[in-house]
Design a protein around this ligand. Structure first.
Ligand SMILES: NC(=O)c1ccc[n+]([C@@H]2O[C@H](COP(=O)([O-])OP(=O)(O)OC[C@H]3O[C@@H](n4cnc5c(N)ncnc54)[C@H](O)[C@@H]3O)[C@@H](O)[C@H]2O)c1
Length: 272
């Protein structure tokens, strides 16, 4: 039986290890022609060699690097049908000490890299006949977590980008979704080391491979019509993440500081 991605050309960023490698392996097994991107060129070459894919070591955090990556896919396979914006940097820092250059680099890779690859790919998809699937990668940290300001903000930006692009592309056959994965990788190890005694082993027993079917589904035609969704994979649970929305509203009799304080002492007090 042909795989669900037979005939499709798919680019996966940061696919030299971890979750990206798992997405690349399943995409190839499902029949896709894959570009394995990773700034770690040896890692990209090793995964690409193992699955018969094309290796690419562009830095996706630059406009030209992202453009070269999408061009390499079009040159090798004649088109680009799918993009998984998986490459990411994970940095932990206390705001009292955080290095501003490091903050910038996290946003450059996680948010701008996703935007740059997405813009190049969306334009190519629209130009080649109008169909395609972009899968971004966000994280539960977008809702707030200590020591994760740069990383969480970058992933919150990716979530907003996903909802905005889905709105932009409504009415076309280019779909934009995201996944919020959970797996035991070197990134998860770094977080556990940081947490020390407070670590809860939340990634333990969650292999990267179990996150791949949701990504391959979103890339495939089985997901036709699905756009603007953020899909959370956590162990054996599959769920949808909602855009932020108003949780509770009160009407004030007058706009004074005292009236706002009264609202916080009343109905708004219960909100986390
Ligand atoms: N592991 C988890 O539980 C988890 C949870 C939520 C989100 N994520 C996200 O999933 C993605 C993959 O995470 P992982 O755990 O496999 O991490 P990882 O560190 O194991 O792999 C990330 C890969 O991205 C590559 N990369 C980094 N910067 C790049 C750049 N500028 N250009 C090209 N490649 C680059 C790295 O070389 C590395 O191979 C990341 O976006 C991460 O934020 C992971």
């Amino acid at each position: 039986m042909p795989g669900v991605l037979a005939g499709k050309a798919v680019v996966i960023t940061g696919a030299g290890r971890g979750l990206g490698e798992a997405y690349a392996r399943l995409a190839a097994a499902e029949g896709a022609s894959v570009v394995v991107n990773d700034v770690d060129s040896a890692a990209a070459a090793s995964v690409a060699g193992a699955i018969g894919a094309l290796a690419d070591d562009s830095d996706i955090a630059t406009w030209t690097g992202a453009g070269r990556l999408i061009d390499n896919c079009r040159r090798a396979y004649g088109r680009v049908d799918g993009l998984v914006n998986n490459a990411g940097l994970f940095r932990l820092a206390d705001p009292r000490e955080q290095d501003p250059e490091e903050f910038r680099r996290v946003l450059e890779v996680n948010l701008l890299g996703t935007a740059y690859c997405g813009l190049h790919a969306i334009r190519a998809m629209l130009e080649q006949g109008g169909a395609g699937s972009v899968v971004n990668v966000t994280s539960g940290s977008q809702s707030g977590a200590a020591a994760l300001a740069a990383y969480g903000a970058s992933k919150g930006g990716v979530a907003s980008l996903t909802w905005c692009w889905a709105a932009d592309l409504a009415g076309t056959e280019v779909r934009v979704n995201a996944v919020s994965p959970n797996a035991h990788t070197r990134m998860a190890d770094a977080f556990e080391r940081h947490l020390g005694a407070r670590a809860r082993g939340q990634n333990v027993g969650k292999p990267p491979a179990s996150n791949a079917p949701a990504v391959v589904y979103l890339l495939s035609e089985a997901a036709a019509g699905i756009s603007g969704r953020i899909v959370r994979v956590d162990g054996d649970e599959l769920s949808l993440v909602q855009p932020p929305r108003t949780a509770v509203a009160v009407r004030l009799p007058e706009w004074t500081v005292a009236a706002v304080a009264e609202a916080f002492a009343g109905d708004l007090r219960q909100q986390p």
